[in-house]
Each structure stands twice: as structure tokens, then as C-alpha cells.
Design a protein around this ligand. Structure first.
Ligand code: 13P
Ligand code: SF4
Length: 359
């Protein structure tokens, strides 16, 4: 059988009915801030009160109410990453978590539609984990600097250059890149995944810093790629030491996408979920989360008494997801994520191998 060219695959894809054709387009809901909407959303406002001034709530509330109503009508669930804004994280999300938690939860979703409030690779992962579901991402342009740092052709070249060396690929990559990999990892299980492989040398791609941080925790030789997270690469050890100088009791909690020098001056390093658990468990008087700064806003209301110091680095890709775009996506059924079945099967194997290890 001859392999399908990209053009063949595109035309096959285009021939499929769109999500709008399958589910229908609904009328735009009214977005007035009525007394009913005020009553309905009042408990949700309490969760975001610390971040959303009361004067702004009449703008958010009609979207929150409309999205929650549409989710029921459409049989949809919202999976939101820990970096989403408080109004999304606390008011419309059904499931929140880090990349690994979201991938595992996506597999269990029973509803017909998954709305992924996160970046494109996360939506693709949900589609891989639960291919029967319709997966929507409210802004198709929500990318990731790590995902964009490497292509499937790059991975094939790495295989040629390092024959027999297993390739561990961070989930922050496209399905095409995952399909060329042996196994995926996330920031919460990278060391475990690397350790599980029967090889003294492992390619850990594309995040150079994550790979270097893994290398410090294993005896295996780790080969890296030059990808970086544009948010985490901005943090420096000097900057963090200045905070420590000002307050030696401050807890510094960092994400492993940061440079190893940053992790060296941190009290804890882990995935976004690991960072949240650490703060909830330790309840430090003052903490600095060395990561995308929306996360501090999300956790803050759950740990009263903990003061968050926020050097505010925002992920421009995560910020593309907004309440109006979620509503538009659910009304018009736009932003459907599809993965070529031939690529999906191979990419799924790499993700499932990781999930099996996590289980
Ligand atoms: P987590 O898997 O730790 O949530 O990280 C995802 C991510 O994109 C961090 O920048
Ligand atoms: Fe990608 Fe960094 Fe944004 Fe995470 S924070 S989605 S790694 S660019």
C-alpha cells in the first residue's frame, strides 16, 4: 500500500463533516447581567473575589453562566490547565490539572465534547487519549515555544544520528513529533520515564532545561535538544537570590522547565500540580512560584494565609484562551482538533506508554 501524502490526508480530513455540521450551530446567548445571572453566579464570584474586582464581575458573569448552560446542553466538559485565568479555572472548568492529570482525565471523559482550555498540544493529547470525542480548543493559535522548537523530520534525523538510543519526548510537542518517539513524559514523571528505559543513553527532547534537570537525577547519559519554554527561560538564579536575600524564609518553588541554576536555588521543583501540592501541604508564610503567574492567582484562594510573591511572567499562548472564545467555540463548534489517524495511532502509543507507567 502506498503511503498517503500530506495532500491526500488533507483532502481526507476536509471531506469529514465539521463539528458545526455534526452538532449544529446555536444562537448566540444574551449577555446581559440580569438579577438571575447575578444570583446564579454569586457562589462562583466568591472563588475569584480576590482577583476580580466586583465592578468587573458583570462583564464576566454572563459568559460564565452561558458557558455552564451550554456545557449541559451540548454534553461538554471543560479541561483546564493550571495556567488558565481564575475565571476559567474556578468558574467554568470541570477538571483542572497539570499535563499528565489532564491527559489521564481526558481518557475517562464520557461527555461528547471536550473543550480544552490550554494550548494546542494539550488538546491534541486529549484527542489521542479519547479519539471518539470531539475536542475543541477555543483558539487554534494557542501554541507553545517548546512544541514549535522541533519537527517530526528533526526526530527522524536524531534517530539516524543516534541509532538504538530511545527517544523520550516531552508532551509539549505536536502529535507528529510524538509519533516518531518511543515514549512521552511530562514534568511530573520525566525522571521515572527515563529510568524505565533499558538503555544507558537516552534522548530527552525538546526541552533542554528539563533534560538537564533530569540528568542531575539519573546516572544515565542524557542527550538534549535546544528547545526552551519562553516563559520559564526568563527566570534567573540571581533574581531569585535577591528575593531570598530580602526574606530568607521565603519558599521558592520552581517548574523544571527553568534553567538548572534556577532549580539549584529553589526549595522544591515539580510539575504545576506538584508545585500546588507542595504549597498546600507546606503552607509557607510566603512563597514564590517560579512559573506562569496565573497559577499563583488560582491557588491563592485555596490557601488563605499564604502570601504569594509574583514575578509576573505570562504565557502568551495560554492567554489566548478567554471566556468569550470558549463561548464562541461552544456555540459555533469551532476550533475542532483532528489528528491524522495514521499519526494518531503512533503518537497514542508513546503517550499511553507514559500513562501506563504513571498508573
Ligand atoms: P505541567 O505539565 O507541569 O502542567 O506543565 C505544562 C506546561 O506547559 C508548563 O509550562
Ligand atoms: Fe509552552 Fe511555556 Fe507556555 Fe507552557 S508556559 S505552554 S511550555 S510556552
Amino acid at each position: 500500500m502506498t503511503a498517503l501524502t500530506l495532500a491526500d490526508r488533507m483532502s481526507t480530513r476536509d471531506a469529514l463533516p465539521t463539528a458545526a455540521e455534526r452538532f449544529g450551530v446555536l444562537a448566540r446567548p444574551d449577555l446581559d447581567y440580569t438579577p438571575e445571572i447575578a444570583r446564579e453566579t454569586a457562589p462562583l464570584y466568591e472563588k475569584v473575589r480576590a482577583h476580580t474586582p466586583e465592578i468587573e464581575w458583570p462583564v464576566y458573569a454572563p459568559y460564565v453562566a452561558a458557558i455552564n448552560r451550554l456545557k449541559r446542553e451540548r454534553s461538554a466538559v471543560i479541561l483546564a490547565h493550571n495556567y488558565q485565568t481564575p475565571e476559567i479555572y474556578h468558574c467554568v472548568a470541570d477538571i483542572v490539572g497539570d499535563s499528565l492529570q489532564l491527559a489521564r482525565e481526558a481518557e475517562k471523559v464520557d461527555a461528547k465534547i471536550i473543550v480544552q482550555c490550554g494550548v494546542h498540544f494539550m488538546a491534541e493529547t486529549s484527542k489521542l487519549m479519547n479519539p471518539e470525542k470531539t475536542v475543541l480548543v477555543p483558539d487554534m493559535r494557542a501554541g507553545c515555544s517548546l512544541s514549535e522548537s522541533i519537527t517530526a523530520a528533526d526526530v527522524r534525523l536524531l534517530r539516524e544520528r543516534y541509532p538504538g538510543v530511545p527517544i523520550v519526548t516531552y508532551v509539549n510537542t505536536s502529535a507528529e513529533v510524538k509519533a516518531e518517539s518511543d515514549i512521552c513524559c511530562t514534568s511530573s514523571n520525566a525522571v521515572k520515564v527515563v529510568e524505565s528505559l533499558d538503555s544507558d543513553t537516552v534522548l530527552c527532547i525538546p526541552d533542554e532545561y528539563l533534560a538537564l534537570n533530569v540528568a542531575r537525577q539519573t546516572n544515565k547519559k542524557i542527550l538534549t535538544w535546544k528547545g526552551h519554554c519562553e516563559v520559564h527561560e526568563r527566570f534567573t538564579a540571581e533574581e531569585l537570590l535577591a528575593y531570598k536575600d530580602a526574606d530568607p524564609s521565603i519558599q521558592i518553588v520552581a517548574h523544571p522547565e527553568c534553567h538548572p541554576d534556577v532549580l539549584a536555588v529553589s526549595d522544591y521543583a515539580g510539575s504545576t500540580a506538584g508545585m500546588i501540592d507542595y504549597v498546600k501541604g507546606k503552607r509557607p508564610a510566603r512563597v514564590l512560584l517560579v512559573t506562569e503567574c496565573s497559577m499563583a492567582s488560582n491557588v491563592q484562594s485555596e490557601v488563605p494565609g499564604v502570601e504569594f510573591v509574583k514575578p509576573c511572567n505570562l504565557c502568551p499562548h495560554m492567554r489566548r484562551i478567554t471566556l468569550p472564545k470558549i463561548l464562541e467555540s461552544l456555540t459555533d463548534m469551532t476550533g475542532e482538533v483532528r489528528v491524522d489517524p495514521a499519526i494518531a495511532d503512533r503518537a497514542r502509543r508513546a503517550v499511553e506508554r507514559m500513562v501506563a507507567l504513571a498508573n
